[in-house]
Design a protein around this ligand. Structure first.
Ligand code: CO
Length: 134
C-alpha cells in the first residue's frame, strides 16, 4: 500500500523566517509562501533531490497547528506524507484494521492538488501520517 515519501512537514511560527533559514543556512531551493485555507496553514516548500520539506505556519485562529507551535515555539516535526495509489482503498483498509482517520474521513485537497487524509498518530507509531494519492 505505502509508496514513496512525498514530504516531511515542519511546523513553525514564521514561515518566511524558516524559509530564509533553509535557503541561507542550508542552501536549499524554497518556494514562495502559499496559503492553504482549507487546511489552515501557510506553506513554503523546500525542494530536495529525493523529496521535499513542507514548512508551515498557522493560518487563522482555528488553525489545526496553532496549539502545536504554541507548545514548540522553535518549530518541530509535524507529519510525514506517504504516497498511496488509491486513497479510498487505503482509507478503507486502515479503517478496517481499526486505525483512525482524522476529520470526517473524507479526503481533503492537499497542497499539491492531490487528495490527502491524515491518520491518527496513536495508530502509527506516534507520528502523524498524511497519505496522498499518487
Ligand atoms: Co503535508
Amino acid at each position: 500500500m505505502i509508496g514513496r515519501l512525498d514530504h516531511v512537514a515542519i511546523a513553525v511560527t514564521d514561515v518566511e523566517s524558516a524559509a530564509a533559514t533553509y535557503r541561507d543556512l542550508l542552501g536549499a531551493r524554497v518556494s514562495e509562501p502559499k496559503a492553504l485555507f482549507e487546511q489552515g496553514v501557510r506553506v513554503v516548500f523546500v525542494e530536495l533531490d529525493n523529496t521535499r520539506i513542507e514548512l508551515m505556519e498557522p493560518l487563522g485562529d482555528a488553525s489545526p497547528i496553532a496549539a502545536f507551535v504554541e507548545r514548540k515555539p522553535d518549530g518541530g516535526l509535524h507529519h510525514v506524507c506517504y504516497e498511496v495509489d488509491d486513497i479510498i482503498a487505503a482509507r478503507d483498509h486502515l479503517l478496517g484494521a481499526g486505525a483512525r482517520i482524522l476529520g470526517d474521513g473524507q479526503p481533503l485537497m492537499g497542497a499539491h492538488g492531490k487528495r490527502v487524509l491524515f491518520v491518527h498518530p496513536k495508530d502509527l507509531c506516534g507520528t502523524l501520517v498524511e497519505l496522498q494519492e499518487a
